[in-house]
Ligand binder design. Structure first.
Ligand code: NI
Length: 163
């Protein structure tokens, strides 16, 4: 297990479409473990493989504060989406920025787990947002493409809250 280097916006690899994972190799298992280490170390709620420079359809998510609900998504696809939420979103590849993005409020995802067994998972609110955000990464898209208005600096937002 190791912390990997997170690729930043402007890096070409973040704009590429990732490849379907067809077998669970030792290398892929190591990648998944490293992705969790890297996400937790960076205080993120989600991380997609291209963010550590690997063009495979793998994402990890954990939206809990005590880091108690790790989710691995391999070859994930959104099979249904409904409702709407408008809220701020950030990304470990776009440090110190947030922007307002509208996403569905509820999504259902079909994916494979670490044993390549297919499962379905549903999420509301932040989890739905995380599913959409991470799956976008696997298709080479960053949330900044969807931001309404300007990207904001997290430092400015904190100042506003203090005032
Ligand atoms: Ni991201």
């Amino acid at each position: 297990m190791a912390i990997r280097n997170i690729r930043m916006i402007g890096d070409d690899i973040l704009t590429k479409k990732c490849k379907v994972v067809k077998e669970m190799t030792e290398k892929n298992k190591e990648l998944i473990a490293d992705m969790f280490d890297t996400m937790y170390d960076a205080d993120g709620v989600g991380l997609a493989a291209p963010q550590v420079g690997i063009l495979k359809r793998i994402a990890v998510i954990d939206i809990t504060e005590d880091r108690s609900n790790p989710i691995v998504l391999i070859n994930p696809e959104i099979i249904s989406a409904d409702g709407e939420q408008r809220g701020s979103e950030g990304c470990l590849s776009v440090p110190d920025k947030v922007g307002i993005v509208t996403r569905p409020n509820h999504v259902k995802v079909v994916a494979q787990d670490e044993n390549l067994e297919t499962f379905e998972i549903e999420g509301d609110e932040l989890l739905a947002r995380a599913f959409c955000h991470e799956i976008d990464h696997l298709d080479g898209h960053l949330y900044v493409e969807k931001v309404e208005g300007e990207l904001m600096n997290t430092a400015d937002l904190e100042e506003e809250e203090e005032e």
